[in-house]
Ligand binder design. Sequence first.
Ligand code: SF4
Length: 979
Amino acid sequence: MGSAEDDSLDELAHRVSAARAATEARGETFYQGASRVHLAAFPPRERWDDWVELSSRAWPTREERHYTLVPTTCFNCESACGLLAYVDRDTGQVRKFEGNPEHPGSRGRNCAKGPATINQVTDPDRILYPMKRAGPRGGGGWERVSWDEALDALAARIRAALAEGRQNEIMVHIGRPGEDGFTERVLASWGVDGHNSHTNVCSSGGRTGFQFWMGIDRPSPDHAHATVIYLISAHLESGHYFNPHAQRITEARANGAKVIVLDTRLSNTATHADYWLSPQPGSEAAINLAIANHLIQARGYDREFVRRWWNWAEYLTECHPGRPVTFEAFEEILAGLYADFTFEFAAAESGLDAGVLAEVAEVVAGAGHRFSCHSWRSAAAGNLGGWQVSRTLFLIAALLGAVATEGGTFPNAWNKFVPRPVHVPPHPGVWQELSWPPEYPLAQNEMSFLLPHFLAEGRGRLDTYFIRVYNPVWTNPDGLSWMEVLRDEDKVGCFVALTPTWSESAWFADYVLPMGHGPERHDTHSYEQYDGQWVGFRQPVLRAARSRLGAPVSDTREVNPGEVWEENEFWTELSWRIDPDGSLGIRRYHESRERPGEKLTVDEYYGWMFSHSVPGLPERAAAEGLSPLEWMRRYGAFEISRGQGAVHEQEVPQAELAGVSVSPLGRVYSAAPPAADPNIVPAGAPPPDEAGRRAAGVMVDGVVRRGFPTPSGRLEFWSSTLAAWGWPEHALPGYIRSHVHPSALAPGQVVLLSTFRLPTQIHTRSANAKWLDELAHTNPVWIHPADAARFGVGRTGDLVRVETEIGHFVAKAWITEGIRPGVVACSHHMGRWRLDGGPRGAGGMMATVGLSRGDDGWQMERRAPAGPYESADPDSQRIWWTDTGVHQNLTFGVHPDPISGMHCWHQAVRVRPAAPGDRHGDIAVDTTKARQVYRDWLALARPAGQVSPDGTRRPRWLMRPLKPSAAAFALPGADRDRP
Ligand code: SF4
C-alpha cells in the first residue's frame, strides 16, 4: 500500500494525463511543465538536452524556447552550489541560471547570488581583452595586447627569476580559490613556494580553534539531524556554506530543533533563532566556557567519549606529573579548570543575563549527540584570541560526544573529497618568508595582509606578482599601504591582475588579463555540507553545450566573450613558455600522458581525474554509456558516499599493522613512509612523527583505530603543539580577552563590528551584478538609539565621522535597536571606488573619487556618486541609487593575532557627528600611523627563532596549502637564537 504522498502523486499524474489528452484532442501541444508531473520544481535530467519553455514575453502567443541545460558551479561564494545554465539552442547564448537538482550539496537551490551569475556574464563593464599598462603605473594609460605578447613577457620574467635562484620573487595571491589544488600544483611544478591566500583576513581564526582539537581545520555540522544548532555567526543568511547549510537548518527547525545564535547584531539569522544572544564583542569564548562548565559541574558530559577520545592522559603526563594517569584524576582536575566560568562571570563579560545563559546551557545539555555547531568568521575573525571562540565551541561538542554523530559535528575532511590530479610535482625546496614569516610559526595561513609592510621594510621584493579573484587594496585592512607598495616598481617588479572586472587593485597592475566568471572556466571542488562526500565540476557552459551539439571546443577562448580565457589553460600555456624545451623540469607536469610531448588539455586533466581518482564514478558513468568526464559534463556533481559516520572509530585492518610501533600514549606508527605525499594538502591525513613515520592509528582500549590526524591521534583538549611552540598558557581551550574588551577601550571609544556580510553581496565581485546592486548597495553605520543620543547624532541618514587609530571615514548613520549599546557595526561589502579618470569598473556601484596625499597622510574625497550611464545594457540607464556606501577597511590598521595569524578585524573607534565640510564617503588615512600599528602588533609575536623546539620554522603537521620540502622547514642558522 502506498503512502499518502504516493497517492497524491498518482492523482496528479492522472490529472496530467487527462489534461494532455484533452489538449492534444484540440490539436494543441501539451506542455508538461518542469517534470514528469506538473508543478515539480526542476527539469528532470533526462530532458536536459531539449528543455522547452514558453516565452513569457510572447504571451499570449505560445512561443517555444528550446534550451540545452548545462550544469556548472556557482562561483559567488565558497559554497559551490550547482547551477544549470539555460543555453538557448537557437542563439547559442545563456539566457539564465537556475539551480542544479542533481547537486547533492545544494539540491537545486540557490541564494540570490546564484541566478545573478547571468549579470556577471553579460556585464557591460567587464574586461574582454588582455591589457598592458602604458605610461606610469597607476597613471591610467592602457593598451590592448595579444595573449601571446603577455604570455611571452611573463614567461621570460619567471624563467629568468628561476634561473637566477630568485624563486621567492614569484607569488600568486588568491582571493576566492573556488577550486581544489590546481594553482598549488602549478606553483609546485615551478619549484616556488609562491602561494598566498586571503584566509588570514577571512577564516583562519575559526580554523585554528578546530585544528588544534581535531587536526582538521573545519567543522562539518550535520544540521539537518540536530536537535540543537549553535551558531556563532549569521549562518542562515550569509555564514559559511550558507545555502547548503541554511536549507538543512531550516529542515531541522521544521522538525523541532532549537537554534541558538550568538551575534551582537540582529541579523536575519538572529530573527529566526529560538535564542538570540547579543554579547559584548569578544566575550563569546567566555559564554562557551560557562556552558562547558555547566556540563562539567553537572556531569552532563559523555564520560565514555571523553575517556576514549580526549588526550587527557597526555595532558596529565605533561602538566600534572605528580598525579596518577587515570581518568578519575583527570575528571577531578577538569572539574576545577573552568570553575571560574560561572554564568555570572560570562554575564559580566558579555553583558547578557546570567539566567538566560543558564537556560541556554540547559538546552545545550539536552542535545546529547545531536548538537551541531559552527563558528567561522564573525567573532573568531574579529578579536585578539578569536581562535579560542571556535576552540571553546568545539569543547562543548567534545564534552557532549557530539563528534561525527548523526546530528553532531564532523571533521570536514570526512565529508570532503579531493581527487588526485594526473601529475603531482614534488614539494618546492624553498620557503617564502614574505608569506610565512618567522614571527608567526603557528599561523593558520599566509600572513598575507602584512605583505605591504614586509615589502616596505625590505624583507624581500617580488619580481612577478599575480592576483586572482582578489582585490588586495580594497579587501584588506590598511589598503593604502597596499597601494603604496603596488605603485613602487622596486618592490613589485611586475604586477599582473587575473580578473574578469576592473578593481581598485587592477588599476595599479602592469597587465590586466581577463579571466572567466564561474560559467566560463573549469574547476573541481568538494565541501562539507552534510555527512557525505561529493565532487562538483565547474565548467565553461558554452563549451560543454557546443560539444553536446556536436562541435567540440579545444580552447575555452573560442566560446568565452572577447578574448576571455580560463586560468587552467592559461597556467598550462604559461608553464610551457617558461620551460619551452623541458630543461627546467617544469614542462613534464603539464604534458599529456596520452600524447607524450604534447600539452595537457583540460579534457585530459579532468578526464584522468574522474577516471582514476573518484571512486564509483567510472561505474556510474558506464551504466549510462558515458565516460566519467562526459558524465560530469552532463550532470555537474557526483556523490561518492553518504553516511561517513565516525571515521575515527574505524578499526585499522590487521594488514596495515605489520611492523607498527606504539608510543607510550598509544599513537601507532607504521614503519612504512607515507604512501603518497602530494603537495596538495591531503585533508585529514595524519601527521608523520619526528622520524617521518606515518601515523597509522591510535590505540583505544586495546584496539587500533583510525583516530584523528593530530599528533596524539586523539582529540586534543591539551595541545602539545601550542605548549611546545611558546604558548603553554593557551594550550587548553580558554578565554583571551579581546583587544576591544571594555577594559581596553579608551574613554569615549566603542567597538566597531566590521566583519558582517550582506546576504546578496559577494565581497568585491557583486558590484558587477546589477540585480544584486539594486538589492543592496550601501552600508550605513548601525548605532543604538542610546548611543546616538550620546554621540549627538539626531536621525538616521545623518553623517557621522568614525575615527580609527589610523584615520577616519564618513558614513551615514542608521539608528536601530538591532545592535548592542556601546557597539556600532558597518558591513564590509560596500564603498567601491574608482579613481577619477580611471575605467568605469562597475558603473552602478563604484563612486568616482579623488585621492591625494598631504602632510597628514592620504585623503580620499568623493567626486561623483554612482548613477545612470550609457552602456550596451539599457538597465545601466535605470540606476536609481547614488549611495554606494563607504570603504571602511582603508581606515583599519593591521592586527595580526600572534598565534593564529588572523587579522583581528574589530576596531576601537570614536563616533561623532560629521565635521563641517565632511562629505559622505570621505576617507583620511595616515600610513605612518599604520606602520606603527603594524609594529605594535608584531611585538606580540613569539618568533620561531625563539620558541621552535626542534629548529624548524613551523610544526610540520600543521596544514599549509602548498607544503615545501622537509628541508625547507629548517630554520636558517642565523634565526636560531633560542635561549
Ligand atoms: S550560497 Fe549562493 S552564492 Fe554561494 S554558491 Fe550557493 S548560490 Fe552561489
